[in-house]
Design a protein around this ligand. Structure first.
Ligand SMILES: O=C(O)CCC(=O)C(=O)O
Length: 317
């Protein structure tokens, strides 16, 4: 990511404002194709239930198996660079959290303002000054988003106001945008779907990415079982959960679940997936423990600070 690339400018804006709109990120034709592929799914989906989703909305997930166009959005290079910049420092790798199509029917009322990171209770315990984010969200409009049809409402800089559950409506911006553009916002940013006061549905697609060690909103291994994930480009399958998160998290039979992408998968026996610094730490411990007169807790002084952690029961056991 270069200093003046759309991603680096976008990252700076996201860190500052908590959201950014990227215009003309993909061709409107791609969005027309995606919308056409999703048409029958919208038609066949019942209204959502519950006071969060909103009764006048239709939602369905698993978009990667419903339209080949969805992969272009999921793996958009500007978006992946943003996710890498904002989430990368806090995990071994980030993962797909959700792909969901949303339709606001005419007369759908405004959604309750919320922050998506509240799904994960630990998000309330972190030191906000360190800038840790759990998620980034991308809203791709399928129809033009306007004030009247329920364009997403975003509260600028609300990621810096975590102690305020709600902020006055006057402070919200209305993310009006055309198909081909995208609204990106942080998991810590207050937002909501607006109210649709028109006679036509407002449609959009939400694609979100989270820290790879979090439980995702949508379980990708159920949405895309191995026989489906095998048809994806390898990079997409990895994003959709077929990748171990070091150390040793999210395995299948103790191994990286990417083994399920091979037709002839049949190996047995766990294989550690550790970060180089974890391997070095264990090697240092082993050296100390195996030395004549060595003690099992012996580590070189620079590693024995308490900051060094194996972070895994299996590796440490
Ligand atoms: O549809 C929108 O504009 C936003 C939807 C949303 O924030 C949600 O469902 O969590």
């Amino acid at each position: 990511m270069t200093a003046n690339s759309p991603s680096s400018q976008g990252s700076a804006r996201l860190r500052d404002q908590g959201y950014a709109i990227f215009e003309d990120l993909v061709s409107p034709d791609l969005i027309v194709g995606l919308n056409a592929d999703l048409e029958t799914h919208f038609a066949g989906t019942a209204f959502s239930q519950g006071c969060f989703s909103g009764t006048g909305t239709r939602r369905f997930a698993g978009l990667l198996k419903r339209s080949s166009h969805a992969a272009h959005l999921v793996e958009h290079d500007v978006i992946l660079a943003l996710a890498d910049d904002l989430l990368g420092p806090w995990c071994d790798h980030f993962s797909l959290n959700l792909t969901q199509a949303i339709e606001l029917a005419p007369e759908a009322s405004q959604q309750v303002p919320h922050r998506d990171q509240d799904m994960w209770p630990c998000s309330g315990f972190i030191d906000r000054e360190r800038g840790m984010e759990f998620l980034i969200n991308v809203m791709w409009p399928l129809s033009a988003f306007t004030q009247d049809n329920g364009a997403t409402l975003v509260w600028p800089r609300s990621h810096r106001r975590q102690d305020e559950l709600l902020i006055t409506p006057e402070e919200a911006v209305i993310a009006e945008m055309a198909p081909g553009s995208a609204l990106v916002f942080l998991g810590s940013t207050l937002h909501a779907a607006g109210a649709n006061r028109t006679a036509l549905p407002r449609r959009g697609v939400i694609i979100s990415y989270c820290l790879g060690w979090l439980k995702p909103y949508e379980l990708p291994w159920l949405a895309y079982p191995p026989e489906v994930a095998r048809t994806f480009p390898r990079s997409l399958a990895r994003l959709a959960g077929y990748r171990v998160h070091r150390p040793n998290l999210g395995t299948f039979e103790g191994r990286c679940p990417s083994l399920l992408l091979e037709e002839a998968a049949g190996p047995s026996g766990a294989i550690d997936a550790l970060l180089p610094e974890q391997e070095a730490l264990i090697a240092a411990w082993r050296q100390g423990a195996d030395a004549p007169g060595g003690h099992p807790t012996m580590l070189p002084a620079h590693l024995n600070s308490g900051a060094a952690s194996l972070g895994t029961e299996q590796a440490g056991g």
